[in-house]
Design a protein around this ligand. Sequence first.
Ligand SMILES: [Zn+2]
Length: 230
Amino acid sequence: MISSFTLYHQLGINYNFIMRTLSILIISILISACSYWPFGGEEPVVVDNKLPYWLNLQARTTDELNMIVIHATELTDLDEAREYGERVLYDESGTGASGHYYIDRDGTIEQYVPDNRIANHVSGWNAKTIGIELINKGRYPNWYHSDHQVMQEAYSEAQINALILLVNKLKARYPTINYTQGHEELDTRMVFSDNNPEVKVPRKMDPGPYFPWDLFIEAVDLKKETPPKE
Ligand SMILES: [Zn+2]
């Protein structure tokens, strides 16, 4: 026979046990909910997809990074951009030309080159910059035809949203990044057109007039200027 004291005692233990378990459960739910908290900043999903030659690219310290360079691939899709990125153009180093990140039209982000390696994406400005390539047709496939000097495709909302998330994450990670520019501002060289030896066309037009600079600058709080060159 169980006395009333023993019963109370047992109930007391059970009550404490239940309350402790419930507290742990509630705290766990709150902690996991924090990662979805809208004011904590949404995290971009970055797929690691390093180029085969990434180890041949020159290593660098990330504490001198100063600028984000915006590009358009001027190619049809991500597969084609990958193919171009993998091409070895410099025999001595066994490397090619690519950005650090590629953002597809649906907002998928792939990283081809780690931030602490110098990628060949913008002539003269590679050392301290991060290159981000947006999948976009641009002038494809008649890049240097004198009658084809218009960008053909607008940037999707998903693509621009992913870009903003990525740049804000990079800014938080590397506080020395204060500037951003388009490739077209950093490489203003003209080249002879394919079709007419008397007409020159811009070597680079990316990201071009469809890129929403005002919206982007406002969302990432960077200066659309070129940093002083040392
Ligand atoms: Zn470019």
